[in-house]
Design a protein around this ligand. Structure first.
Ligand code: NZQ
Ligand code: ZN
Length: 385
């Protein structure tokens, strides 16, 4: 296990009615920028509840709605402009990963003199940020307890992740009931995303048993509860287990000390950068193709553990077992969760951008489990096509 420093300062208020804790914002100033997406929070009532709590707490609100899935740098710039013009003290994001990520970079951009895209390209330029608060409405990204944000400039076909300790939320409200209204498509995509975060950390050569067994527990939680949430959207326990598992998948608990792979995410970010697809769907399509590509004598034992400890499979032949584990993952994504099973199914109908996307994914990859060349990545894209 390699050395690490883990600091997770986010206060989590978890459970039914946890939104009442938004009154704590008054301890951080008197004016908040409320950031939200395309309107789901108005339909399910969270918007009205939040505004009433903030009003009673004496916190004035300026609004920025309309954050896009795969949030755009243009919206970040708009938010930064409002913060600077309105003397905003703090940011409150209510929504999924896109809204919260957008809010994080707005919080950093509000304290930065240049263009916020600089902060997307280089997180080390973030040296201070406004305090960030959020009410999570979609279990998926783990942004509610991590330092990362992913922002796109689709005019350049670019989507990059950035990170800074200053972008870790100060407080996150996690009420599983707020995810009851998430569609089947987004429930499946969110489950695939949190599973991918866990698997990116799980596949490693590092002897980090503690992280490995935690990852197996998280994956089993997701595999059990994803289908329940899909079929019974208002099942509280399923939504709660998914929400808490998704938070742990990327908050450092399973990643730190274990030399994670993080190969599939850079590949998916290229799909979203060029085709604006749903992140979790891209991951579901690419992950089994990546696994089949890297399965070798050298990685066999990882895949045998995956088959046995995550999927509960058994058998005497290690190679058969390894393949059976990957097949179980495919069956879970494409049959149980009903997700699109190849790139054509998400509207990517030709391979003309594979070369450039593979080069960019290769440049952006921090993968260490099995390093991938540009040619490897093109092959994975083709296998997923
Ligand atoms: O915009 P609204 O109207 O709110 O609708 C959203 C959106 O259309 C809807 N939704 C969210 N909560 C809902 C709801 N609909 C009904 N009821 C609710 N309670 O769901 C749609 C998708 O929302 P989005 O925020 O885009 O989804 P997600 O949470 O999956 O976030 C995806 C973004 O996060 C990035 C992805 O790349 C992508 O840009 N990621 C962020 C990470 C991080 N910060 O650590 C890590 C991840 O790997 C990921 O890359
Ligand atoms: Zn992800």
């Amino acid at each position: 296990m390699y050395n690490f420093t883990l600091r997770i300062p986010t206060i989590i208020h978890f459970g039914k009615g946890a939104i009442s804790h938004l009154d704590e914002l008054k301890g951080y100033g008197s004016k908040a920028l409320l950031v939200y997406g395309g309107g789901s929070i108005k339909k399910n009532g969270i918007y009205d509840t939040a505004l009433s709590i903030l009003e009673n707490a004496g916190v004035a609100v300026v609004e920025l709605g309309g954050v896009e899935p795969n949030p755009r740098i243009e919206t970040v710039r708009k938010g930064v402009g409002i913060c600077k013009a309105e003397d905003i003290d703090m940011i409150l994001a209510i929504g999924g990963g896109s809204t919260i990520d957008c809010a994080k970079v707005i919080a950093a951009g509000a304290k930065y003199d240049g263009d916020p895209w600089d902060l997307v390209l280089d997180g080390s330029k973030i040296t201070v940020a406004l305090p960030i608060f959020d009410v999570l409405t979609l279990s998926a990204t783990g942004t509610e307890m991590d330092p990362f944000a992913v922002i796109s400039d689709l005019s350049k076909n670019e989507k990059w992740g950035t990170g800074s300790p200053y972008m870790v939320p100060t407080m996150s409200v996690l009420d599983p009931e707020y995810t009851y209204s998430v569609s089947k498509k987004q429930t499946a995509a969110g489950t695939a995303d949190m599973m991918s975060h866990t698997m990116e950390s799980y596949f490693t050569k590092e002897n980090a048993d503690c992280q490995k067994y935690m990852a197996e527990g998280l994956l089993r939680t997701m595999i059990k509860n994803g289908p329940i949430a899909l079929n019974e959207p208002t099942n509280y326990d399923a939504r709660a287990n998914l929400m808490w598992a998704g938070t742990h998948a990327i908050n450092g608990n399973v990643g730190e000390g274990s030399q994670p792979a993080w190969c599939v995410h850079p590949m998916e970010h290229e799909l979203s950068a060029f085709y604006d697809i749903t992140h979790g769907e891209g991951l579901a399509i690419l992950t089994p193709a990546w696994m089949e590509h890297i399965l070798s004598e050298d990685t066999l034992s990882n895949f045998v553990d995956f088959a046995k400890n995550v999927w509960g499979l058994s058998g005497d032949d290690d190679w058969e077992l390894a393949h059976a584990g990957i097949d179980a993952l495919k069956k879970f994504f494409f049959e149980t969760m009903g997700m699109p099973s190849n790139l054509r199914a998400v509207g990517i109908t030709d391979d003309k951008n594979f070369d450039i996307m593979a080069q960019k994914a290769c440049d952006g990859s921090k993968g260490s489990f099995v390093p991938l060349t540009k040619e490897d990545i093109v092959e994975i894209f083709k296998a997923a096509f």
